[in-house]
Structures are given as structure tokens and as C-alpha cells.
Ligand binder design. Structure first.
Ligand code: IVH
Length: 709
């Protein structure tokens, strides 16, 4: 159809089809040329295909396919970089969007520190630079390693690339610790980005959607001479591993960074109250448009490093910092039609397919409508003009309908009653739930694909080289149905080799990537199973608490029996002394009745059970690393309960401290409890500990043993 249609005449549907066709065609010609030495078309004709693909992608950046030829041509494969283990984890930040949430952030810190906190807590407010974070390691003053953040635990070695960035000193000036890891943001200034895109477009190359993508794409080039030609800059703002602390406060550390030769953002300010912090937010917000680089909020950080140590982290973000984001950007466009997507748990999400529109520098052509209730609330229909908003990386949302622009022939949207998959199973909605779900379970191809994608994703098994497109293709060919099949792909080498664009080398690399993940930490396996409500933090908690998959499964089996005996009745389960397994799970701080319900449902499903049993056979599952394992901590491997009011630290701080010493903190006292730490006005738990003969510690004794006094 549109092979000869000019790119600027294509509508979004034609563009999508055309990109799919071009991806197939270019892959075919790549294979003929590179692997078979038998090109079918002239170089000029090939170039024309690549240019047409690029031109369509530049017009519809939202439609860029994961297998797009433009991401293959010239772009570095992720596997091209050596991996770097971060010695100090690289964290992300929690977000807040309103003054009330900022207030909560301040209150939480004060509560956490309890009564033992300074009168005034100082904060540094600094712009949140929209780039990519990077860690720079200096040894004896010389730059020895640059790494991307990656998943926070492990990044990629980009040393050769960072050396080409002018703002990054090769040597640190003056007195610096022998080992000094400086962290900060690589970014591209707005005008440099526009100039670079003009140059790329003139050469017929792919342009970038925004300065952040441009910075990331430029850093992740296997050829550092390409990076060197890109206008990249760097702001330093935090500390990784150091041989000795260079400062006691963040503000003093920023000063040291400047002396060492780093760029520190000039808008950073030391504040002594929430009002001061908010004033900085407003000021920076007003100047945002005139700044030479993109920022997406203001970061607030506790200034004092000692307080930061006490505050610690929740999951992947520090308690002592947060990002106050700027309000979302908005636009108006036409909603062409509503379609539905099936998620990995069968959840049906309606999606608004929009006429492409630019919102805050990015072209948007899809927005989420969340669920059927939201469609009803908005009263949105196909063909309506809608207001949409986009904030940071979150999926764009539909805010409302411009009713006066509604076409005369519009009809209300009828939510589908059946899954769009070939099984067309009926959709159902549990009482009290907003989401419709496909009842096909793992027989539904959408859910199978969703599960496989989740299983290989970075925070789960992290199988590189088995991307979303491969999963879809292998699934369509019947090579992959469950995660177990991934480890049996080597039985289908011939089928893989027969695929378009797959040579010996590619198949070998894929096998290697899979092989590299035959040994996995227990928490990643639990997370990878994709159990509803079991996110990374809970997976980690379960892994730490049970140690081995066998131990976890044994307790879950017990919990299933407990559950079935009482038909899932919360009261009976809590009251029954025989329901020990259920109680063991529920006692974990962070696991609730509903979570146990989802685990029971998941593990009592025979199909799931078979997958887990097979995985247990195929994989080597590593016990979770507990922070202190050398026996030097009196709390390593112990089960601890806090009760009563603590005066020397807040309850959350005490819990975090115990966990950092290897303890499992639970909410109720049982025979399995090793220590009960008794604060002021303790009630029934202290009594129960006494009855059961569990060791009890006063707050002072606990502080001594924890080395915190
Ligand atoms: S501090 C432990 N400061 O925001 C906290 N991060 O959403 C470490 N970012 O991964 C980060 N500007 O890439 C910090 N002034 C700033 C920042 C900043 C941008 C990025 C950074 C981080 C992400 C978290």
C-alpha cells in the first residue's frame, strides 16, 4: 500500500504497518548482504529503505519498534560493554509532586529519627538534571573507571567514553581520598541537542527524541570517537565508595567537588526549613525554561552525612532524599480509538490511541485510560478531543474530554466483554476490584508473553539478548510458552538458525546469555515468577527470611493447607494455633493477608507449581545475601520483635538497623522469636515473650548490642 506514499502523507496506522514491513525487509537484506554475501538490491536501494524507515520514525517517534533497524544500525548492543559491579549501590529517588507530599517527607524524617534528632535539620536543594547517572572512580587522583547506573547493582563500563567528556577531569586537583567515587549526571544542553539533531537529520541519520535520550545514546556507543563528537556535559552531585570521608555534610562535599575540578550545579542551595526548600523549588521552577539544560524537578537531600547513615534506605531509594517533580505538561489532541491491552496477570488496560501530539518535547500517540471506571468517569468516546498530560517517564494520561468538540455521530464506548486474544475468553471482575481480567490464565497468549517478558527483565532474571521482540516471535513460533522453555531453547537451535537474521553467532550469544543466568539469587527468582503483589522488596524479604526455595515452598504448602481449612477467613487463620505457616508469613513485616492470598492462589495452581519445580531442577538458586554473615553480629539470622515506645531511635530506624545486622523483624511473638526488644509501656507482646521464655532486651541493651549507642 504505502511503499510509495510520501512519509508526510502517512497516517499513524499506515506508519505503524510501514515500519513493520520495513523492519522485516531491512532484516532480510542485512542477512543477504552480511551473512550470505548475496545482496538482492543495490546499495542505493538499501539506503533508501533505511532512510524511509528513519524518516517515519522521526515523524512518529512513539512508533519506533523494539526491533527497529535504526536501533541496530550503528547502535551498540548492550552486551558490548563489560559489566561493572557497583561497590556502593547506585540508588534512585522517591518522587513527590505536591507541597503536602513534601511536608510528609519532612515529617517522615523527623518521625524516623525519633526524639534523638537535632533541633534543625539542614537540607540541600538542587536541580534534578534530566540526563543519565554515571559513576566515576578515581584512584590516587586518576580516573580509572566510568560506569552507568544499570540496575543499581551492576552497570556498564563506559570508561573510554567518559574520558572524552570535557567536564570530567582525568585527574582530580588537590587533596582527595585515595579511592574516590564521584557520581553525577551526564547531560546534553538544549541548544547543543538541537544542533546535533539538525546535523544527524542532514546526514539522513536517526534523530533523538529529547536531550536525555541523546545523552544516553551518545554515551552508550561502543566507539568512543562517536561519543567524543557529541556535546556531553557532567554535573557532580553525590558520593560512592571512598577510602575516607571527604566531608561531614553534603554542602561541604559540594565545595570539595568544585575544588577537585568538577562542575557543581550553581542553583544548589543550603536550606534550614521546609519553607526555604519550597522557595528554592519555586525559584528554580520559574527559571526552568531559561536554563540551558532540561531539569525535571528539585532534589532535597539531608545535609548531614551522620543523619543520612541513620536514615538509610527503603528498597532502592534513600529516606534522606526525594525529588520534588515539576507539574506535568499538558496538550490537547484527538482520540482516534480506544483499544485494550492484556497485562501479564490478565489485567485489561484500555488505551487511548491518539493523533500524535508533542507534549513537553516528546511526541505522544498513546495514553492510558487505566480501567473501565476511568472511561466511565471521563465519559470518553472514540473521536473525542481530549486533554492529556505527560509527567517524566510515566505513561501519558487522559485528563478530560472537550465536550463542545464532540462529533455529532459519536457513540459511547462499549467495554469489551471478551479478551482480544484468540481464545476470546470472557472477562471478569472480582467483587471490589476495578480491573477486568482475562480468565484464560496462562493459557492466554498475552499473559504467557507478559510473564516471559517479566521473567527475563532486568530486575528479575535479567537475561540479556532475549528482548521483548524475540519473546514475541519465539512465542508465536511455539518455541517459548513458559520460563522453563527458555532453558530448553538449546533443543531448538535448528529452528532458531532457520529464522530471518539469525546466524550461528547470534544463536551462540543467546545461549551464552541464558547460560549466564542459570545461577540466580532467590529473590530474583521469586520476583521473576510474577506473583501478583509480590514486588522486588517483598521478594527480597521472603528470600532473606526463608533462605532457600525449599524452605519457602514448605511454608507456602503449609499456608495453602491452613488457608483451605479456613476458606481464607482472616479471623480464623489468625486465631488458629494450628495455622502456623500462615502466621509465619503474616508475621513478616511487610506481608499482609492479601499478599498471602495471592501467594496461596499462585502456588496452589498446578501449572505454576510444575514451572517452579522444573525451574528448581534446572537452576542453581543462590541463598539471599544477608548483610552480616560472618557471625560478628549478635542479630545475624535471628528473629526480632520490637514492642512499646522506643526513645533513642524511631521504630522504623530500629527495624532498619536490625535488618542491616542480619535480623528478621516480625510483628508478633512466637516460639521462633529470638529477641523481644521492650520499649516503654509495652503491652501484650512483652507478656507473651515472658510466657514463652523468649529473651527480652531493654532499649539500652538493644542499642549496646547493635553497636548504636
Ligand atoms: S542524587 C541516592 N541528585 O535522578 C540518590 N540525583 O531519580 C542519588 N538525578 O538516578 C541521586 N539530578 O540520575 C541526585 N541533583 C541530583 C540529581 C539526581 C538528577 C538523577 C539521578 C538518579 C535519578 C533518580
Amino acid at each position: 500500500m504505502s511503499a510509495t506514499k510520501a512519509v508526510d502523507k502517512l497516517n499513524i496506522f499506515e506508519a505503524e504497518q510501514e515500519l513493520a514491513r520495513l523492519a522485516g525487509e531491512i532484516t532480510h537484506h542485512d542477512k543477504r548482504y552480511h551473512q550470505e554475501d548475496a545482496p538482492e538490491i543495490s546499495d542505493a536501494a538499501y539506503d533508501a529503505l533505511v532512510r524511509r524507515n528513519l524518516a517515519i520514525e522521526n515523524r512518529f517517534p512513539d512508533l519506533v519498534r523494539p526491533d527497529s533497524p535504526s536501533t541496530r544500525v550503528g547502535a551498540a548492543p548492550a552486551s558490548g560493554f563489560r559489566k561493572v559491579k557497583h561497590r556502593v549501590r547506585m540508588l534512585s529517588l522517591s518522587n513527590v509532586f505536591s507541597d503536602e507530599e513534601v511536608e510528609d517527607f519532612f515529617a517522615r524524617i523527623e518521625r524516623f529519627l525519633g526524639e534523638n534528632r537535632p533541633e534543625t535539620i539542614a537540607y540541600v536543594a538542587e536541580p534534578k538534571i534530566d540526563g543519565l547517572s554515571c559513576s566515576l572512580r578515581y584512584e590516587n587522583g586518576r580516573l580509572v573507571e566510568g560506569a552507568t547506573r544499570g540496575d543499581g547493582e551492576e552497570g556498564e563500563d563506559i570508561t573510554r567514553n567518559v574520558r572524552t567528556i570535557g567536564d570530567i577531569p582525568d585527574r582530580v586537583a588537590g587533596d582527595a581520598p585515595d579511592v574516590l567515587e564521584v557520581r553525577g549526571e551526564i547531560y546534553m544542553a538544549k541548544d547543543a541537542f538541537l544542533r546535533m539533531n539538525e546535523g544527524l537529520a542532514a546526514e539522513g541519520k536517526k534523530v533523538f527524541a529529547n536531550p536525555r535520550n541523546a545523552a544516553a545514546g551518545s554515551v552508550r556507543q561502543l566507539d568512543p570517537t562517536v561519543t567524543a563528537r557529541r556535546p556531553l556535559q557532567f554535573f557532580a552531585y553525590s558520593l560512592g565508595e571512598v577510602s575516607e570521608q571527604p566531608a561531614k555534610t553534603h554542602w561541604a562535599f559540594l565545595e570539595a567537588l568544585k575544588n577537585w575540578g568538577f562542575q557543581v550545579n550553581p542553583y544548589s542551595e543550603l536550606c534550614r526549613s521546609m519553607d526555604e526548600v519550597l522557595a528554592v523549588y519555586r525559584r528554580i521552577g520559574e527559571e526552568r525554561g531559561t536554563l540551558p539544560y532540561d531539569i525535571d524537578g528539585v532534589v532535597y537531600k539531608v545535609d548531614d552525612f551522620g543523619l543520612r547513615d541513620r536514615l538509610g534506605f527503603v528498597a532502592r531509594a534513600p529516606r534522606w532524599a526525594t525529588a520534588h517533580k515539576f507539574p506535568a505538561e499538558k496538550a490537547v489532541t484527538r482520540l482516534d480509538h480506544i483499544s485494550v491491552q492484556v497485562g501479564r496477570t490478565g489485567k485489561i488496560t484500555p488505551v487511548a490511541n491518539l493523533d500524535p501530539v508533542t507534549v513537553g518535547g516528546v511526541v505522544v500517540s498513546r495514553a492510558t485510560l487505566h480501567n473501565a471506571d476511568e472511561i466511565e468517569r471521563l465519559g470518553v468516546r472514540d473521536g473525542d478531543m481530549v486533554r492529556i498530560q505527560r509527567a517524566g517517564d510515566v505513561i501519558p494520561q487522559v485528563l478530560g474530554v472537550l465536550l463542545d468538540k464532540r462529533p455529532a455521530d459519536s457513540v459511547p464506548f462499549a467495554f469489551p466483554t471478551h479478551c482480544p486474544c484468540p481464545l476470546a475468553t470472557e472477562l471478569a471482575r472480582d467483587a471490589g476490584e476495578v480491573d477486568f481480567r482475562c480468565t484464560g490464565g496462562l493459557a492466554c497468549p498475552h499473559q504467557q508473553v507478559g510473564n516471559l517478558k517479566h521473567f527475563v527483565s532486568r530486575d528479575a532474571l535479567d537475561i540479556e539478548g532475549l528482548g521483548a521482540t524475540h519473546i514475541e516471535a519465539f512465542h508465536a513460533d511455539g518455541l517459548l510458552n513458559t520460563p522453563v522453555d527458555i532453558y530448553r531453547l538449546d533443543r531448538h537451535k535448528d529452528a532458531l538458525l532457520a529464522r530471518e537474521g539469525w546466524g550461528e553467532k547470534a544463536v551462540e550469544n543467546l545461549m551464552k546469555a541464558i547460560e549466564a543466568r542459570r545461577t540466580v539469587p532467590l529473590s530474583k527468582l521469586i520476583f521473576g515468577l510474577g506473583i501478583r503483589q509480590i514486588g522486588q522488596a517483598t521478594a527480597k524479604l521472603l528470600a532473606r527470611s526463608f533462605g532457600t526455595l525449599e524452605a519457602l515452598l514448605e511454608t507456602l504448602d503449609g499456608a495453602i493447607t491452613d488457608w483451605n481449612r479456613h476458606d481464607g477467613d482472616r479471623k480464623l487463620l489468625a486465631g488458629d494455633p494450628e495455622a502456623a505457616s500462615y502466621q509465619e508469613l503474616i508475621a513478616l513485616d511487610g506481608v499482609g493477608h492479601e499478599m498471602v492470598k495471592d501467594m496461596v492462589l499462585f502456588f496452589s495452581e498446578p501449572h505454576n507449581r510444575k514451572i517452579i519445580d522444573d525451574l528448581a531442577e534446572i537452576l542453581t538458586v543462590e541463598a539471599e545475601e544477608v548483610p552480616v554473615t560472618d557471625g560478628s553480629s549478635p542479630f545475624a539470622g535471628k528473629t526480632v520483635v520490637f514492642t512499646g515506645t522506643l526513645t533513642r531511635m524511631g521504630r522504623s530506624e530500629a527495624k532498619a538497623k536490625a535488618e542491616s545486622l542480619g535480623a528478621k523483624v516480625t510483628g508478633s511473638v512466637s516460639k521462633k522469636t529470638d529477641y523481644v526488644i521492650v520499649g516503654a509501656d509495652a503491652g501484650s507482646k512483652a507478656k507473651k515473650a515472658e510466657d514463652l521464655g523468649v529473651a527480652m532486651l531493654s532499649e539500652d541493651e538493644w542499642m549496646d548490642m547493635a553497636g548504636a549507642s
